[in-house]
Design a protein around this ligand. Structure first.
Ligand code: C2O
Ligand code: CU
Length: 530
Protein backbone atom coordinates (compact mmCIF):
# COMPACT_ATOMS: atom_id res chain seq x y z
CA UNK A 1 0.00 0.00 0.00
CA UNK A 2 2.95 2.23 0.68
CA UNK A 3 3.89 1.58 -2.95
CA UNK A 4 1.22 3.90 -4.20
CA UNK A 5 2.76 6.73 -2.22
CA UNK A 6 6.19 6.00 -3.52
CA UNK A 7 5.07 5.31 -7.04
CA UNK A 8 4.35 8.91 -7.72
CA UNK A 9 6.35 11.43 -5.76
CA UNK A 10 4.39 14.57 -5.04
CA UNK A 11 7.23 16.86 -5.89
CA UNK A 12 8.07 17.54 -9.45
CA UNK A 13 11.26 15.97 -10.58
CA UNK A 14 13.25 17.16 -13.54
CA UNK A 15 11.84 15.67 -16.70
CA UNK A 16 14.09 14.85 -19.58
CA UNK A 17 12.45 15.52 -22.88
CA UNK A 18 13.74 13.37 -25.67
CA UNK A 19 15.30 14.94 -28.74
CA UNK A 20 12.49 13.84 -31.02
CA UNK A 21 9.85 15.44 -28.88
CA UNK A 22 11.74 18.69 -28.75
CA UNK A 23 12.06 18.69 -32.52
CA UNK A 24 8.36 18.06 -33.03
CA UNK A 25 7.54 20.78 -30.63
CA UNK A 26 9.72 23.52 -31.97
CA UNK A 27 7.48 23.49 -34.99
CA UNK A 28 4.33 23.63 -32.90
CA UNK A 29 5.60 26.45 -30.75
CA UNK A 30 6.41 28.38 -33.88
CA UNK A 31 2.79 27.96 -34.92
CA UNK A 32 0.98 28.73 -31.76
CA UNK A 33 3.06 30.11 -28.95
CA UNK A 34 1.88 33.44 -27.73
CA UNK A 35 4.51 35.68 -26.25
CA UNK A 36 2.11 36.95 -23.61
CA UNK A 37 1.68 33.46 -22.16
CA UNK A 38 4.29 34.05 -19.53
CA UNK A 39 2.20 32.97 -16.59
CA UNK A 40 1.98 34.43 -13.13
CA UNK A 41 5.31 33.42 -11.65
CA UNK A 42 5.32 31.31 -8.54
CA UNK A 43 2.26 31.68 -6.32
CA UNK A 44 2.46 30.51 -2.72
CA UNK A 45 -0.53 31.21 -0.49
CA UNK A 46 0.39 28.86 2.34
CA UNK A 47 -0.23 30.49 5.69
CA UNK A 48 -1.57 33.69 4.12
CA UNK A 49 -5.26 32.85 4.15
CA UNK A 50 -7.59 33.53 7.01
CA UNK A 51 -10.26 30.86 6.63
CA UNK A 52 -13.25 32.93 7.66
CA UNK A 53 -16.03 31.70 5.36
CA UNK A 54 -18.04 28.53 5.93
CA UNK A 55 -17.83 26.34 2.84
CA UNK A 56 -20.91 26.79 0.66
CA UNK A 57 -22.62 23.54 -0.23
CA UNK A 58 -24.46 23.75 -3.55
CA UNK A 59 -28.16 23.01 -2.91
CA UNK A 60 -29.58 19.70 -4.08
CA UNK A 61 -31.71 20.28 -7.17
CA UNK A 62 -35.36 19.53 -6.59
CA UNK A 63 -36.83 16.95 -8.90
CA UNK A 64 -40.42 16.24 -9.77
CA UNK A 65 -41.64 13.06 -11.41
CA UNK A 66 -43.67 13.63 -14.58
CA UNK A 67 -46.39 11.44 -16.12
CA UNK A 68 -43.77 9.57 -18.11
CA UNK A 69 -42.01 8.64 -14.88
CA UNK A 70 -39.04 10.88 -15.59
CA UNK A 71 -37.27 12.74 -12.82
CA UNK A 72 -37.46 16.30 -14.04
CA UNK A 73 -34.98 18.99 -13.07
CA UNK A 74 -34.98 22.66 -14.01
CA UNK A 75 -31.79 24.58 -14.70
CA UNK A 76 -31.75 28.16 -15.91
CA UNK A 77 -28.52 29.91 -16.79
CA UNK A 78 -28.69 33.46 -15.50
CA UNK A 79 -26.66 36.53 -14.75
CA UNK A 80 -26.17 37.90 -11.27
CA UNK A 81 -23.67 39.21 -8.82
CA UNK A 82 -21.92 37.36 -6.04
CA UNK A 83 -20.20 38.76 -2.96
CA UNK A 84 -17.18 36.53 -2.59
CA UNK A 85 -15.91 39.23 -0.27
CA UNK A 86 -18.58 41.02 1.81
CA UNK A 87 -19.55 44.32 0.22
CA UNK A 88 -17.86 43.58 -3.12
CA UNK A 89 -20.29 42.54 -5.86
CA UNK A 90 -18.68 40.50 -8.61
CA UNK A 91 -20.58 40.01 -11.86
CA UNK A 92 -21.15 36.28 -12.16
CA UNK A 93 -23.33 33.72 -13.88
CA UNK A 94 -24.95 30.67 -12.42
CA UNK A 95 -27.74 28.13 -12.82
CA UNK A 96 -30.80 28.98 -10.72
CA UNK A 97 -28.61 31.42 -8.81
CA UNK A 98 -25.69 33.74 -9.23
CA UNK A 99 -22.75 31.33 -9.16
CA UNK A 100 -22.41 27.62 -10.00
CA UNK A 101 -25.59 25.54 -9.93
CA UNK A 102 -27.53 23.03 -7.86
CA UNK A 103 -26.36 19.45 -7.48
CA UNK A 104 -28.39 16.98 -9.50
CA UNK A 105 -28.70 13.48 -8.06
CA UNK A 106 -30.02 10.44 -9.90
CA UNK A 107 -29.83 6.67 -9.55
CA UNK A 108 -28.77 4.12 -12.07
CA UNK A 109 -31.88 3.17 -14.01
CA UNK A 110 -33.61 6.54 -13.55
CA UNK A 111 -35.05 8.31 -16.55
CA UNK A 112 -34.18 11.96 -16.19
CA UNK A 113 -35.18 15.10 -18.02
CA UNK A 114 -33.59 18.46 -17.50
CA UNK A 115 -35.42 21.60 -18.56
CA UNK A 116 -32.62 23.97 -19.46
CA UNK A 117 -33.47 27.64 -19.80
CA UNK A 118 -31.22 30.47 -20.91
CA UNK A 119 -31.68 33.92 -19.40
CA UNK A 120 -28.24 35.07 -20.53
CA UNK A 121 -27.71 37.53 -23.35
CA UNK A 122 -25.77 34.98 -25.34
CA UNK A 123 -26.21 31.41 -26.52
CA UNK A 124 -25.08 28.60 -24.28
CA UNK A 125 -25.22 24.82 -24.09
CA UNK A 126 -25.21 22.46 -21.12
CA UNK A 127 -23.02 19.38 -21.38
CA UNK A 128 -23.31 16.42 -18.97
CA UNK A 129 -19.62 15.68 -18.50
CA UNK A 130 -18.97 11.96 -18.01
CA UNK A 131 -22.49 10.84 -18.88
CA UNK A 132 -23.18 7.96 -21.20
CA UNK A 133 -26.17 9.14 -23.25
CA UNK A 134 -27.53 9.66 -26.78
CA UNK A 135 -25.54 12.20 -28.77
CA UNK A 136 -28.38 14.65 -29.18
CA UNK A 137 -28.76 14.86 -25.39
CA UNK A 138 -25.06 15.47 -24.83
CA UNK A 139 -25.17 19.26 -24.85
CA UNK A 140 -22.10 19.80 -26.96
CA UNK A 141 -21.53 22.75 -29.28
CA UNK A 142 -24.35 21.69 -31.64
CA UNK A 143 -27.06 21.86 -28.99
CA UNK A 144 -27.16 25.61 -28.73
CA UNK A 145 -29.76 27.18 -26.47
CA UNK A 146 -30.33 30.73 -27.65
CA UNK A 147 -31.17 33.53 -25.20
CA UNK A 148 -34.74 33.07 -24.04
CA UNK A 149 -34.92 29.56 -25.45
CA UNK A 150 -35.10 26.24 -23.67
CA UNK A 151 -33.91 22.69 -24.24
CA UNK A 152 -35.19 19.53 -22.55
CA UNK A 153 -32.84 16.61 -22.97
CA UNK A 154 -33.90 13.29 -21.49
CA UNK A 155 -31.93 10.12 -21.00
CA UNK A 156 -31.63 7.03 -18.84
CA UNK A 157 -28.88 6.78 -16.26
CA UNK A 158 -27.01 3.62 -17.14
CA UNK A 159 -23.58 3.67 -15.56
CA UNK A 160 -21.99 3.27 -12.13
CA UNK A 161 -22.28 5.68 -9.21
CA UNK A 162 -19.95 8.61 -9.83
CA UNK A 163 -19.23 12.29 -9.42
CA UNK A 164 -20.12 13.82 -12.78
CA UNK A 165 -20.56 17.48 -13.54
CA UNK A 166 -22.25 19.78 -16.01
CA UNK A 167 -21.02 22.92 -17.70
CA UNK A 168 -21.50 24.98 -20.88
CA UNK A 169 -19.88 23.88 -24.12
CA UNK A 170 -20.60 26.58 -26.72
CA UNK A 171 -18.22 27.10 -29.62
CA UNK A 172 -15.31 29.35 -28.63
CA UNK A 173 -17.06 30.57 -25.47
CA UNK A 174 -16.64 27.70 -23.05
CA UNK A 175 -13.78 29.25 -21.11
CA UNK A 176 -15.65 32.50 -20.61
CA UNK A 177 -18.92 30.90 -19.55
CA UNK A 178 -17.28 28.52 -17.09
CA UNK A 179 -15.15 31.38 -15.76
CA UNK A 180 -18.30 33.41 -15.10
CA UNK A 181 -19.58 30.57 -12.91
CA UNK A 182 -21.60 28.15 -14.99
CA UNK A 183 -20.95 24.63 -13.68
CA UNK A 184 -22.57 22.18 -11.30
CA UNK A 185 -22.41 18.63 -10.06
CA UNK A 186 -24.37 15.63 -11.25
CA UNK A 187 -24.02 12.80 -8.73
CA UNK A 188 -24.95 9.27 -9.71
CA UNK A 189 -25.89 6.54 -7.27
CA UNK A 190 -26.21 2.79 -7.66
CA UNK A 191 -26.79 -0.31 -5.55
CA UNK A 192 -23.14 -1.32 -5.54
CA UNK A 193 -22.00 1.96 -4.03
CA UNK A 194 -25.01 2.17 -1.68
CA UNK A 195 -24.16 -1.23 -0.19
CA UNK A 196 -20.75 -0.01 0.99
CA UNK A 197 -20.10 1.61 4.33
CA UNK A 198 -19.11 5.02 2.98
CA UNK A 199 -20.04 8.50 4.15
CA UNK A 200 -22.93 9.65 1.95
CA UNK A 201 -24.83 12.37 3.80
CA UNK A 202 -24.60 15.19 1.30
CA UNK A 203 -23.02 18.30 2.78
CA UNK A 204 -22.50 16.57 6.14
CA UNK A 205 -19.90 13.85 5.69
CA UNK A 206 -20.01 13.67 1.87
CA UNK A 207 -18.76 17.02 0.68
CA UNK A 208 -18.60 18.45 -2.82
CA UNK A 209 -15.31 20.32 -3.32
CA UNK A 210 -15.36 22.19 -6.64
CA UNK A 211 -12.04 24.01 -6.86
CA UNK A 212 -11.56 26.95 -9.22
CA UNK A 213 -8.85 29.56 -9.44
CA UNK A 214 -9.83 33.13 -10.12
CA UNK A 215 -8.24 36.57 -10.30
CA UNK A 216 -10.08 39.75 -9.36
CA UNK A 217 -9.44 43.31 -10.56
CA UNK A 218 -9.57 46.36 -8.29
CA UNK A 219 -13.33 46.52 -8.71
CA UNK A 220 -13.79 42.93 -7.66
CA UNK A 221 -14.50 41.67 -11.18
CA UNK A 222 -13.05 38.49 -12.66
CA UNK A 223 -10.11 39.03 -14.98
CA UNK A 224 -8.31 36.49 -17.14
CA UNK A 225 -5.46 38.61 -18.45
CA UNK A 226 -2.69 36.74 -16.63
CA UNK A 227 -2.23 33.63 -18.71
CA UNK A 228 0.11 30.76 -19.24
CA UNK A 229 0.07 28.44 -22.21
CA UNK A 230 -2.62 26.51 -20.32
CA UNK A 231 -4.94 29.53 -20.13
CA UNK A 232 -5.85 32.00 -17.39
CA UNK A 233 -4.04 31.62 -14.08
CA UNK A 234 -5.88 32.80 -10.99
CA UNK A 235 -4.21 33.76 -7.74
CA UNK A 236 -7.15 33.01 -5.46
CA UNK A 237 -9.18 29.86 -5.02
CA UNK A 238 -12.90 29.42 -4.78
CA UNK A 239 -14.27 26.20 -3.38
CA UNK A 240 -17.94 25.80 -4.31
CA UNK A 241 -17.77 29.55 -4.88
CA UNK A 242 -16.40 30.27 -1.40
CA UNK A 243 -13.20 32.26 -0.88
CA UNK A 244 -11.11 31.26 2.14
CA UNK A 245 -13.42 28.41 3.15
CA UNK A 246 -13.51 26.26 6.23
CA UNK A 247 -15.45 23.06 6.69
CA UNK A 248 -16.80 21.95 10.05
CA UNK A 249 -16.19 18.22 10.15
CA UNK A 250 -18.53 16.22 12.38
CA UNK A 251 -17.53 12.62 11.57
CA UNK A 252 -14.29 10.71 11.97
CA UNK A 253 -14.14 10.04 8.24
CA UNK A 254 -15.13 12.61 5.65
CA UNK A 255 -15.62 11.98 1.95
CA UNK A 256 -14.45 14.80 -0.30
CA UNK A 257 -15.56 14.86 -3.92
CA UNK A 258 -12.74 16.83 -5.47
CA UNK A 259 -13.57 18.42 -8.80
CA UNK A 260 -11.05 20.41 -10.78
CA UNK A 261 -13.49 23.01 -12.08
CA UNK A 262 -10.73 25.35 -13.22
CA UNK A 263 -10.41 26.38 -16.82
CA UNK A 264 -6.67 25.69 -17.00
CA UNK A 265 -4.87 25.05 -13.71
CA UNK A 266 -3.75 21.64 -12.45
CA UNK A 267 -3.70 20.78 -8.76
CA UNK A 268 -1.99 18.19 -6.64
CA UNK A 269 -4.32 17.83 -3.68
CA UNK A 270 -3.08 16.70 -0.31
CA UNK A 271 -3.04 17.81 3.32
CA UNK A 272 -0.92 20.32 5.20
CA UNK A 273 0.45 17.69 7.59
CA UNK A 274 1.17 15.21 4.81
CA UNK A 275 -1.39 12.70 6.10
CA UNK A 276 -2.45 10.04 3.70
CA UNK A 277 -5.99 9.59 2.51
CA UNK A 278 -7.81 6.86 0.64
CA UNK A 279 -8.66 7.45 -2.99
CA UNK A 280 -11.95 5.62 -3.56
CA UNK A 281 -13.22 6.91 -6.90
CA UNK A 282 -12.11 8.66 -10.04
CA UNK A 283 -14.06 10.33 -12.88
CA UNK A 284 -16.43 7.47 -13.70
CA UNK A 285 -16.88 5.81 -10.32
CA UNK A 286 -15.40 3.68 -7.59
CA UNK A 287 -12.01 2.02 -7.88
CA UNK A 288 -11.66 -1.70 -7.32
CA UNK A 289 -9.87 -1.01 -4.05
CA UNK A 290 -9.29 1.99 -1.86
CA UNK A 291 -5.84 3.36 -2.64
CA UNK A 292 -3.90 5.13 0.13
CA UNK A 293 -1.87 8.09 -1.09
CA UNK A 294 -0.77 11.50 0.07
CA UNK A 295 -1.41 13.50 -3.08
CA UNK A 296 -3.49 13.35 -6.22
CA UNK A 297 -2.96 15.38 -9.36
CA UNK A 298 -6.10 16.57 -11.13
CA UNK A 299 -6.15 18.41 -14.44
CA UNK A 300 -9.17 20.46 -15.54
CA UNK A 301 -12.33 18.34 -15.64
CA UNK A 302 -10.95 15.43 -13.59
CA UNK A 303 -12.58 14.26 -10.34
CA UNK A 304 -11.48 12.20 -7.36
CA UNK A 305 -13.35 11.02 -4.29
CA UNK A 306 -11.20 10.67 -1.21
CA UNK A 307 -11.77 9.55 2.38
CA UNK A 308 -9.96 11.53 5.03
CA UNK A 309 -9.67 10.48 8.66
CA UNK A 310 -10.03 13.18 11.29
CA UNK A 311 -9.48 13.19 15.04
CA UNK A 312 -11.61 15.24 17.47
CA UNK A 313 -10.73 18.91 17.75
CA UNK A 314 -7.99 18.98 15.13
CA UNK A 315 -7.63 21.27 12.14
CA UNK A 316 -5.85 20.44 8.91
CA UNK A 317 -5.72 22.19 5.58
CA UNK A 318 -6.47 20.80 2.18
CA UNK A 319 -3.64 22.11 0.03
CA UNK A 320 -2.39 21.90 -3.50
CA UNK A 321 1.35 21.39 -3.89
CA UNK A 322 3.15 21.85 -7.22
CA UNK A 323 1.58 19.40 -9.67
CA UNK A 324 3.98 17.42 -11.79
CA UNK A 325 3.28 18.76 -15.27
CA UNK A 326 5.96 16.57 -16.83
CA UNK A 327 7.40 19.62 -18.53
CA UNK A 328 10.67 21.49 -18.21
CA UNK A 329 11.09 23.52 -15.05
CA UNK A 330 10.60 26.81 -16.88
CA UNK A 331 7.44 25.63 -18.64
CA UNK A 332 6.12 24.49 -15.27
CA UNK A 333 6.77 27.91 -13.75
CA UNK A 334 4.90 29.64 -16.56
CA UNK A 335 1.95 27.27 -16.22
CA UNK A 336 1.17 27.32 -12.51
CA UNK A 337 3.25 24.20 -11.96
CA UNK A 338 5.23 25.68 -9.06
CA UNK A 339 2.30 26.97 -7.05
CA UNK A 340 1.54 25.93 -3.50
CA UNK A 341 -1.98 26.84 -2.45
CA UNK A 342 -4.00 26.61 0.70
CA UNK A 343 -7.41 25.39 -0.42
CA UNK A 344 -9.65 24.88 2.61
CA UNK A 345 -9.41 24.35 6.35
CA UNK A 346 -11.03 21.26 7.85
CA UNK A 347 -12.04 21.79 11.48
CA UNK A 348 -13.01 18.71 13.42
CA UNK A 349 -15.59 19.05 16.17
CA UNK A 350 -14.61 18.03 19.71
CA UNK A 351 -16.82 14.97 19.37
CA UNK A 352 -17.03 13.17 16.04
CA UNK A 353 -19.63 10.65 14.98
CA UNK A 354 -18.16 7.34 13.92
CA UNK A 355 -18.50 6.19 10.34
CA UNK A 356 -17.08 2.77 11.23
CA UNK A 357 -14.62 0.80 9.17
CA UNK A 358 -14.69 1.79 5.54
CA UNK A 359 -14.20 -0.94 2.96
CA UNK A 360 -10.99 -1.63 1.09
CA UNK A 361 -12.77 -3.57 -1.65
CA UNK A 362 -15.05 -1.24 -3.56
CA UNK A 363 -16.31 -1.97 -7.05
CA UNK A 364 -16.24 -4.85 -9.43
CA UNK A 365 -14.63 -3.38 -12.52
CA UNK A 366 -14.29 -5.84 -15.36
CA UNK A 367 -11.10 -5.05 -17.23
CA UNK A 368 -11.65 -4.29 -20.89
CA UNK A 369 -9.56 -6.63 -22.96
CA UNK A 370 -7.34 -5.49 -25.76
CA UNK A 371 -8.09 -8.74 -27.56
CA UNK A 372 -11.70 -7.59 -27.90
CA UNK A 373 -10.77 -4.27 -29.47
CA UNK A 374 -11.88 -3.99 -33.08
CA UNK A 375 -10.32 -0.62 -33.85
CA UNK A 376 -7.21 1.27 -32.85
CA UNK A 377 -7.11 5.01 -33.25
CA UNK A 378 -4.35 7.41 -32.41
CA UNK A 379 -4.57 11.03 -31.46
CA UNK A 380 -1.63 13.41 -31.38
CA UNK A 381 -2.09 16.76 -29.70
CA UNK A 382 0.12 19.49 -31.09
CA UNK A 383 -0.37 23.23 -31.02
CA UNK A 384 -4.13 23.59 -30.76
CA UNK A 385 -4.67 20.71 -33.12
CA UNK A 386 -5.54 17.06 -32.73
CA UNK A 387 -4.07 14.99 -35.56
CA UNK A 388 -3.17 18.27 -37.25
CA UNK A 389 -6.79 19.36 -37.45
CA UNK A 390 -8.63 22.19 -35.78
CA UNK A 391 -12.26 21.69 -34.81
CA UNK A 392 -14.71 21.90 -37.70
CA UNK A 393 -18.39 21.68 -36.78
CA UNK A 394 -19.21 20.31 -40.22
CA UNK A 395 -16.63 17.51 -40.20
CA UNK A 396 -16.98 14.11 -38.54
CA UNK A 397 -13.49 13.03 -37.57
CA UNK A 398 -14.15 9.51 -36.38
CA UNK A 399 -16.90 6.95 -36.91
CA UNK A 400 -17.34 4.38 -34.17
CA UNK A 401 -19.56 1.30 -34.20
CA UNK A 402 -22.05 1.01 -31.37
CA UNK A 403 -20.93 -1.47 -28.75
CA UNK A 404 -17.41 -1.63 -30.14
CA UNK A 405 -14.36 -1.89 -27.93
CA UNK A 406 -11.60 0.38 -29.16
CA UNK A 407 -8.08 1.31 -28.15
CA UNK A 408 -7.28 5.00 -28.39
CA UNK A 409 -3.62 5.94 -28.13
CA UNK A 410 -3.15 9.56 -27.20
CA UNK A 411 0.02 11.55 -27.02
CA UNK A 412 0.98 15.13 -26.38
CA UNK A 413 3.67 16.09 -28.86
CA UNK A 414 4.40 19.41 -27.15
CA UNK A 415 6.62 20.16 -24.16
CA UNK A 416 3.61 21.97 -22.69
CA UNK A 417 0.48 20.79 -20.86
CA UNK A 418 -2.62 19.31 -22.48
CA UNK A 419 -5.23 16.84 -21.36
CA UNK A 420 -7.79 14.70 -23.17
CA UNK A 421 -11.48 14.16 -22.58
CA UNK A 422 -13.86 11.88 -24.46
CA UNK A 423 -17.60 12.42 -24.30
CA UNK A 424 -20.19 9.75 -23.56
CA UNK A 425 -17.83 6.99 -22.49
CA UNK A 426 -15.72 6.03 -19.50
CA UNK A 427 -12.40 4.50 -20.45
CA UNK A 428 -9.77 2.38 -18.75
CA UNK A 429 -6.09 3.16 -19.02
CA UNK A 430 -4.03 0.27 -20.36
CA UNK A 431 -0.57 1.82 -20.40
CA UNK A 432 1.11 5.06 -19.43
CA UNK A 433 4.18 5.00 -21.60
CA UNK A 434 5.56 1.54 -20.96
CA UNK A 435 4.06 1.26 -17.48
CA UNK A 436 0.81 -0.07 -16.10
CA UNK A 437 -1.38 2.73 -14.80
CA UNK A 438 -0.91 3.98 -11.23
CA UNK A 439 -3.80 3.59 -8.75
CA UNK A 440 -5.33 6.93 -9.66
CA UNK A 441 -5.62 5.83 -13.31
CA UNK A 442 -6.74 2.27 -12.54
CA UNK A 443 -10.50 2.86 -12.61
CA UNK A 444 -13.04 4.60 -14.84
CA UNK A 445 -11.82 7.83 -16.40
CA UNK A 446 -13.18 10.30 -18.91
CA UNK A 447 -10.41 12.89 -18.72
CA UNK A 448 -6.68 12.32 -18.43
CA UNK A 449 -3.65 14.56 -18.13
CA UNK A 450 -1.14 14.09 -20.91
CA UNK A 451 2.44 14.45 -19.81
CA UNK A 452 4.54 15.60 -22.75
CA UNK A 453 6.13 12.80 -24.70
CA UNK A 454 4.20 10.00 -22.95
CA UNK A 455 1.80 7.73 -24.87
CA UNK A 456 -1.42 6.95 -23.07
CA UNK A 457 -3.17 3.81 -24.20
CA UNK A 458 -6.88 3.94 -23.40
CA UNK A 459 -9.50 1.27 -23.91
CA UNK A 460 -13.21 1.99 -24.09
CA UNK A 461 -16.44 0.35 -25.04
CA UNK A 462 -19.05 2.52 -26.68
CA UNK A 463 -22.72 2.22 -25.81
CA UNK A 464 -25.52 1.28 -28.13
CA UNK A 465 -26.84 4.78 -28.82
CA UNK A 466 -26.47 5.45 -32.51
CA UNK A 467 -26.82 8.66 -34.46
CA UNK A 468 -24.92 9.10 -37.71
CA UNK A 469 -25.42 12.86 -37.69
CA UNK A 470 -25.16 14.14 -34.15
CA UNK A 471 -21.54 13.96 -33.01
CA UNK A 472 -19.91 13.60 -29.64
CA UNK A 473 -16.70 15.50 -28.87
CA UNK A 474 -13.19 14.61 -27.86
CA UNK A 475 -10.93 17.46 -26.84
CA UNK A 476 -8.38 19.06 -24.59
CA UNK A 477 -10.18 20.19 -21.42
CA UNK A 478 -7.98 23.23 -20.98
CA UNK A 479 -10.86 25.41 -22.03
CA UNK A 480 -8.83 28.02 -23.86
CA UNK A 481 -7.40 25.22 -25.99
CA UNK A 482 -10.84 23.74 -26.62
CA UNK A 483 -12.12 27.18 -27.62
CA UNK A 484 -9.14 27.58 -29.95
CA UNK A 485 -10.19 24.45 -31.81
CA UNK A 486 -8.43 21.63 -29.98
CA UNK A 487 -11.44 19.38 -30.43
CA UNK A 488 -12.77 16.75 -32.79
CA UNK A 489 -16.08 15.01 -33.41
CA UNK A 490 -17.11 11.38 -33.55
CA UNK A 491 -20.38 9.67 -34.30
CA UNK A 492 -21.56 6.27 -33.16
CA UNK A 493 -23.31 4.27 -35.87
CA UNK A 494 -24.91 0.85 -36.23
CA UNK A 495 -23.01 -2.09 -37.77
CA UNK A 496 -21.60 -1.10 -41.13
CA UNK A 497 -23.11 2.38 -40.80
CA UNK A 498 -21.64 5.53 -42.28
CA UNK A 499 -21.24 8.93 -40.77
CA UNK A 500 -23.86 11.40 -41.90
CA UNK A 501 -23.81 15.17 -41.75
CA UNK A 502 -23.63 17.12 -38.51
CA UNK A 503 -26.55 19.45 -37.97
CA UNK A 504 -25.92 23.12 -38.28
CA UNK A 505 -27.06 25.29 -35.43
CA UNK A 506 -30.09 26.16 -37.53
CA UNK A 507 -31.37 22.80 -38.68
CA UNK A 508 -30.66 21.29 -35.27
CA UNK A 509 -33.77 23.12 -34.14
CA UNK A 510 -36.13 21.47 -36.54
CA UNK A 511 -34.52 18.15 -37.36
CA UNK A 512 -37.33 15.86 -38.46
CA UNK A 513 -35.31 12.87 -37.51
CA UNK A 514 -35.26 13.97 -33.93
CA UNK A 515 -38.98 14.51 -33.78
CA UNK A 516 -39.47 11.05 -35.21
CA UNK A 517 -37.69 9.30 -32.36
CA UNK A 518 -39.99 10.88 -29.85
CA UNK A 519 -37.39 12.36 -27.62
CA UNK A 520 -39.37 15.49 -27.05
CA UNK A 521 -38.43 19.05 -27.76
CA UNK A 522 -34.71 19.18 -28.07
CA UNK A 523 -33.87 22.75 -28.57
CA UNK A 524 -34.81 26.23 -28.80
CA UNK A 525 -38.44 26.94 -28.33
CA UNK A 526 -38.43 30.57 -27.31
CA UNK A 527 -40.13 31.14 -23.99
CA UNK A 528 -43.03 33.49 -23.75
CA UNK A 529 -42.40 37.11 -23.05
CA UNK A 530 -38.66 37.05 -23.11
CU1 C2O B 1 -16.31 18.80 -19.64
CU2 C2O B 1 -16.48 18.37 -23.72
O1 C2O B 1 -16.38 18.66 -21.69
CU1 CU C 1 -4.63 21.60 -24.37
Amino acid sequence: MIQSRLARPRRRVATIISGTVVAAVTLAVGLTACTSDTGAGVIDTVGTIDFVNPLAIPPLAEATVNAAGERVFDLTAEEGTTEFTPGVATDTWGYNGSYLGPTLVAKRGDDVRINVGNDLDEATTVHWHGMNLPAEMDGGPHQTVEPGASWSPNFTIDQPAATLWYHPHPTEKTEHQVEMGLAGLFLLQDDEESALNLPRSYGVDDIPVVVQDRRFDDNGQFVTDVRGYIGPIGDQLLVNGTLAPYLDVTSDVVRLRLVNGSTARLYDFGFSDGRSFDLIATDGGLLREAAPMDGIRLSPGERAEILVKMTPGETVKLQSTPPDLGTSASAATRNAGDDTLDVMELRAADALSSIGATPTTLANIVPLDKADATTDRSFTLNGYTINNRLMDMTRIDETVEAGATEVWTVDNAMPLPHNFHVHAVQFQVLRVGTESPPAELSGWKDTIYLEPGVRYELIMQFAEYTDPNFPYMFHCHMLAHEDAGMMGQFVVVGPGGQAGTPPTAHDAIISRENLAVGNGPRVLTPDHGH
